[in-house]
Ligand binder design. Structure first.
Ligand code: SR1
Ligand code: MG
Length: 410
């Protein structure tokens, strides 16, 4: 087959033809360094996908396996939403950078191909996608420790605190992706507040959303500042979409993937995403009265923030290279601004996954109407507290207190 011109290899409507092409493609790209047993090779399209790309898992009976991931010209979530197919290069290169900074915490990239906009990624099928595990109310005592390490290593070490400024500017140039940033700027940082036809509104909450999100001018002002901060503060190389659907997990490890929204932006965007997505998991636990799971979700939020702070402080002192960042008081000021951003972007993630076009199963799968209503209201009100009072969220416990108070009140 000819792979010198782009075409979509993975067609979910025709798994047989997809398998034929993807096996041939895998052999072409990896045959030199993976000793495939060609006679037993198989390729299957997994039942779960993200919102944007196409994936296919290739295996043989000798124990080799790989994920082939390809960017389509259209996004899977909507034919109207396009995003450059260069996102595959972007994701591959970011994963390679993150593998150096957080070894073992991202899938290995075997190759990437800018013609076919495809890459060969480590098969992580011995892990579970964390959102699926959350839907089953599984708990992972190591998660807070692992994700806080991942965030400190990938964020602090790609900031001007540590990275050579010229190198960072080169990377900033490499990871400017206007249309992916545009999705975040509109879907996350505008449409939940100004309204959009494509918003997904749960009807029983329509009036509540009108009042609390669409008509609150103080909230709009605070979010406008978060939006401009996201667009103009190239603080560190983010994952850019750090939700539980972007994490493979098992009891003793995580692998973070799907970083095509990676860009240089405020660190708090990634940290806030983790907090918000643990609240979605909590919502689901609450809907079935699973106290043990809910407690674990709250402990995880608390520990993630507190461990991030501890590890950030230790790594900063040890790795800081910028002389002006060693001036007494600067570190404290810098960390305080990261923590304010964390609260703000936890709020915007809570809102956009509740009313925006890309919802989360943790909430939408709640079948009891009252529990769904309550979960959404908790997300909306907690998000507003975080956004409007960012300076009050300096420790993990500050988040937990707000969540518990709202749980009582609703
Ligand atoms: C068009 S993509 C919609 C959302 O899905 C991804 O996971 C990102 O979060 C994006 O905002
Ligand atoms: Mg994704």
């Amino acid at each position: 087959m000819d792979y010198s011109k782009y075409f979509l290899m993975i067609n979910e409507e025709d798994e047989e033809e997809t398998a034929r092409i993807v096996i041939d493609y895998t052999l072409t790209k990896t045959g030199e360094f993976i000793p495939w047993d060609q006679a037993t090779m198989e390729a299957h399209i997994p039942s779960e996908h993200g919102n944007l790309n196409h994936v296919c898992r290739v295996t043989d009976q000798a124990g080799h396996s790989i994920y082939i991931k390809q960017a389509g010209l259209e996004t899977r979530i909507s034919k109207d939403l396009t995003a450059t197919v260069d996102r595959n290069r972007q994701e591959s290169e970011i994963l390679q950078i993150e593998e150096k900074l957080a070894p073992g915490m991202v899938p290995h990239i075997y190759f990437y191909d800018t013609t076919m906009s495809a890459c060969g990624m480590e098969d992580c099928s011995d892990f579970t996608v964390m959102r699926d595990a959350m839907l089953e109310h599984k708990t992972y005592p190591r998660f807070a420790d692992d994700i806080s390490t991942f965030m400190v290593n990938t964020l602090l070490y790609t900031s001007d605190i540590v990275m050579d400024h010229k190198e960072k500017k080169e990377l900033t140039r490499r990871f400017i992706t206007p249309d992916l940033d545009d999705i975040t700027e509109k879907l996350v940082l505008m449409e939940p507040y100004l309204g959009a036809k494509r918003n997904h509104i749960y009807e029983p909450n329509r009036d509540f959303i009108q009042r609390e999100l669409y008509q609150d001018e103080a909230l709009h002002l605070a979010v406008s500042k978060l939006k401009f901060n996201f667009m103009n503060n190239a603080q560190a190389l983010l994952h850019g979409d750090l939700h539980t659907g972007s994490v493979f997990i098992k009891p003793d490890a995580i692998k973070v993937f799907d970083c095509e929204f990676g860009t240089f932006a405020p660190m708090g965007y990634d940290i806030g995403n983790v907090v918000a997505n643990m609240i979605f998991a909590y919502d689901n636990g609450l809907s079935t009265g699973d106290d043990k799971f809910c407690d674990w979700c709250l402990d995880t939020i608390e520990e993630t923030i507190d461990l991030f702070i501890d590890k950030f402080n230790a790594a900063y002192d040890q790795a800081v290279t910028e002389p002006m960042a060693k001036v007494p008081g600067f570190k404290e000021d810098y960390l305080a601004s990261i923590l304010r951003d964390t609260a703000g972007y936890a709020g915007t993630e809570l809102h956009r996954r509740t009313v925006g076009m890309a919802n989360v199963l943790d909430v939408t799968s709640i079948t009891d109407p009252d529990a769904r209503l309550r979960a959404e209201r908790l997300n909306i009100l907690a998000g507003k507290e975080f956004i409007l009072h960012q300076e009050d969220y300096q420790t993990g416990d500050d988040y937990v207190k707000t969540i518990l108070r709202l749980t009582e009140e609703l």
